[in-house]
Ligand binder design. Structure first.
Ligand code: G
Ligand code: MN
Length: 405
């Protein structure tokens, strides 16, 4: 085997590979190369121990370079066509001004174009951002792709990431495996969306269970890597079982989305129809109180409000059955009557589709300090367009949804 030629401190070095799959393509698109030291009649030595030894001996630069030579020589003979090789690099090697060109030459000598190689670097390593940015540019100019590794661990910083704009971001497994439900379910899809909008692909690392995979897919990450698909191995792992995992997870997500839509439609139905009735009564000349009485009496109605064309309340908002006393801590923002609400999506959307009922996505209400869904309709009223709306306590309503599902 080619890697037998490379040693560190008399230890033979080997290149293990772990596959990285694209979720939309449902196939392996790359392999991360992971270093192992081969000790006779003992388990392979992990990178942590190899580099620990190198730190003590002051030979990190040498070991890092030797690891790249090991991985490239090994990949030359076995990296499948049209896949990337992901290579880890030490920040001090990464920021060495001459190294990008050196590594490109070495890769070509092994028969691999730099365009097939993704350089994984830590963003939070304490290295000055300007130097990392410069190095990122240098590696890109040679044709390499650049990935930020372990994002979300330690002192990761979104601002630094957006400055670097790597081609790929690898989300640390702690993000995917976190027990904080809100982080997992609400933040992760938004983080992935932000990274996509900034032009980066996203890898979820550390996928160990089908549950992890489901979350990664739901959050719309591009690529996945982890023990569920295969451990780092000296040989290319068979990936037939991965295809089945993807099928199952995509089917489950389709069912979940269907059930969620059904549940939220079902739960909102009484609120929609009572809002429509209220508007009919308002047009017939009823007072706001009389028109909205039945809507206000529904268990999750927080309020009804009445806005003119500029988004100002022309009649006082009315409290519903789910109205909560503002509470002292949020008292300064409890009174909405002075406000102008025309830059809210629920207002603009209602005026854009007049006489149609609009349901917002759940959001944090500025007045209630809790999650709510707003239903709105724009209607003609006494010769002008107005927007009638109702805030629904989403926490309360979705507790019922959880019971239905
Ligand atoms: O820092 P970096 O992300 O490059 O580290 C990769 C390490 O993560 C490797 O040592 C690899 O063996 C390990 N790893 C890969 N997949 C998983 C996984 O699903 N769970 C855990 N705990 N570790 C993993
Ligand atoms: Mn890595």
């Amino acid at each position: 085997m080619t890697h037998a030629a490379h040693t560190f401190d008399g230890i033979a070095l080997a290149s293990y590979l772990q596959p990285i799959f694209s979720l939309p393509h449902q196939r392996a698109v790359g392999y991360e190369a992971l270093l192992r030291g081969i000790a006779p009649s003992a388990p392979p030595i992990e990178p942590f121990d190899l580099f620990g030894k190198a730190i003590v001996e002051g030979s990190v630069a040498l070991l890092d370079r030797t690891s790249h030579a090991t991985h490239l020589a090994s990949a030359a003979t076995r990296l499948p066509a049209a896949t990337w090789l992901f290579l880890n690099i030490n920040p001090s090697t990464f920021t060495d001004a001459a190294y990008a060109a050196e590594l490109a030459a070495l890769a070509r000598a092994c028969g691999l174009a730099p365009e097939r190689i993704v350089i994984e670097v830590l963003e939070s390593g304490g290295t000055e951002l300007a130097r990392i940015a410069q190095a990122t540019h240098a590696f890109r100019s040679q044709g390499f792709l650049v990935a930020v590794d372990d994002f979300g661990a330690g002192h990761s910083n979104i601002d630094r990431l957006l400055t670097l704009r790597p081609d790929i971001v690898k989300l640390d497994r702690s993000l995917v495996r976190t027990q904080a439900a809100h982080l997992r379910d609400a933040l992760l899809p938004k983080l992935v969306g932000l990274l996509h909008e900034s032009g980066m692909f996203v890898v979820a690392e550390g996928i160990e269970t089908e549950q992890d995979l489901l979350l990664a897919a739901r959050s719309n990450v591009d690529f996945v890597q982890g023990y569920l698909f295969g451990r780092p191995a000296p040989e290319l792992v068979q990936t037939a079982s991965a295809a089945m995992l993807f099928e199952t997870v995509f089917d489950t997500l389709t069912q979940m989305r269907h059930a969620e839509r059904l549940a939220s439609d079902l739960l909102l139905t009484p609120y929609r129809s009572q809002l429509e009735d209220a508007i009919a009564r308002l047009s017939d000349g009823a007072s706001t109180e009389a028109a909205c009485a039945a809507l206000l009496a529904l268990p999750c109605t927080s309020n009804c409000f009445f806005l003119d064309q500029r988004g100002r309340a022309f009649s006082p908002a009315l409290p519903g059955a789910a109205a909560r006393p503002a509470g002292e801590r949020f008292a300064p923002i409890a009174d909405p009557s002075t406000g102008r609400w025309d830059n809210r999506a629920y207002f603009a959307d209602a005026l854009a589709s007049r006489e149609q009922l609009i349901a917002s996505a759940p959001y944090l209400s500025v007045t209630g300090a809790s999650l709510c869904v707003t239903l709105t309709v724009a209607v003609r009223y006494r010769g002008a367009w107005i927007v009638v709306g109702t805030d629904i306590d989403w926490q309360k309503l979705s507790t019922q949804a959880a019971a239905i599902l």
